[in-house]
Design a protein around this ligand. Structure first.
Ligand code: TYD
Length: 139
């Protein structure tokens, strides 16, 4: 799965409402350990500003919209996330910033591991160094 690639949830809708279903078994991650929601973000605020060493995540706009900016191994993608029908993959060693939150936006995140501050890379230079080391190892 590419960074920023999306998976379409199974949508079941009728005149009374919409159901979006994500089967974890389809995500290629052994198991999820955590879900969190980022919401009530001020319109002018930016969140994120970090990468992870090992954590894998999927991001969903449960409500409203926001923009996800990703950088991985020198490649950049900016994605407007505005539908609960799609989950976007963020692999390890991906720097992310989130901005442009609409009023009422809810960013739902599925994470492969429990919260661990030691898994964060919050310094951009450190992120570049770690990425170079990983690329060298991968050949
Ligand atoms: P952070 O991941 O930096 O937020 P964002 O990427 O949304 O800007 O987390 C903000 C604070 O919350 C930080 O002090 C760590 C804490 N936190 C937890 O305690 N548990 C969690 O699961 C998460 C995601 C964050």
């Amino acid at each position: 799965m590419e960074f920023g690639q999306s998976i379409r949830l199974k949508r079941i809708s009728d005149s009374s409402g919409v159901l979006d279903v994500l089967e974890f078994g389809e995500l290629g991650i052994a198991k999820f350990q955590r879900m969190y929601m980022l919401h009530s973000v001020a319109e002018s605020s930016t969140r994120g500003g970090h990468a992870h060493k090992e954590l894998e995540q999927y991001v969903i706009a449960a409500s409203g919209s926001f923009t996800l900016h990703l950088t991985r191994f020198g490649q950049q993608k900016s994605i407007v996330i505005d539908s609960p029908e799609f989950a976007y993959y963020i692999p390890p060693l991906t720097w992310r910033d989130l901005d442009n939150f609409s009023i009422g936006a809810v960013c739902l995140v599925l994470a492969s591991a429990a919260y661990a501050e030691g898994d964060y890379i919050r310094d951009y230079e450190e992120f570049i160094d770690a990425s170079e080391v990983a690329q060298a190892v991968e050949g």
